[in-house]
Design a protein around this ligand. Structure first.
Ligand SMILES: [Fe+2]
Ligand SMILES: [Fe+2]
Length: 181
């Protein structure tokens, strides 16, 4: 009998690459990728402020859209699980600190002070993402069943749509004010 999985003409998992998962763990991990790439540029001390501002302009809206959607979907759900509650509150606090740092950055005319603040912001976000990927999301996988994770994933996607307004606003410069709380 022909076994399609071992047929050399057909890839074993044909189509897998284009079938996006709707599990919130996968959606969040995927959205961390561009943020991590931009963080590499933001952390690079050899680059001047003007060179990094373009990446920051890309980074901030992506970060805020992701963080707000993640917080209102996943973190909110995590609060009803005993083992996840503390992680949710800690994550929320870290999101708020990052947003505050972005605002401080925008109100900093001195280039060296700006670079120092950017470094703190980039390292804090990098640490936050690493902790989510290494500890929190695996624990979410153990505590929350797959069906519920998919429901949270749908909610996360819808919230990202709601917060897409953030993507249209300038985020770098002293005149920036967060448009959505
Ligand atoms: Fe987060
Ligand atoms: Fe995240």
């Amino acid at each position: 009998m022909e076994n399609l999985r071992t047929d050399p003409r057909k890839p074993a998992f044909e189509g897998d690459a284009i079938l996006a998962s709707d599990d919130v763990i996968d959606l969040i991990s995927e959205d961390h990728k561009p943020l991590k790439k931009l963080l590499e540029i933001l952390k690079d001390d050899s680059l001047e402020r003007s060179e990094r501002e373009a990446s920051l302009e890309e980074f901030v809206p992506l970060l805020l859209q992701h963080a707000k959607a993640e917080q209102e979907s996943l973190y909110t759900k995590m609060k009803s699980y005993e083992h996840l509650r503390m992680h949710a509150f800690a994550g929320e606090t870290e999101h708020a600190m990052a947003e505050e740092l972005v605002q401080k950055l925008n109100a900093t005319p001195d280039d060296d002070e700006w670079k120092a603040k950017l470094k703190v912001l980039a390292e804090a976000v990098e640490h936050h993402i690493r902790e989510e990927e290494d500890e929190i999301l695996p624990e979410v996988g153990r505590e929350i069943d797959q069906m519920t994770r998919k429901e949270i994933g749908d909610e996360y996607q819808a919230l990202k749509g709601d917060y897409s307004l953030l993507l249209q606003k300038p985020h770098v410069g002293p005149e920036w004010e967060p448009v959505i709380e």
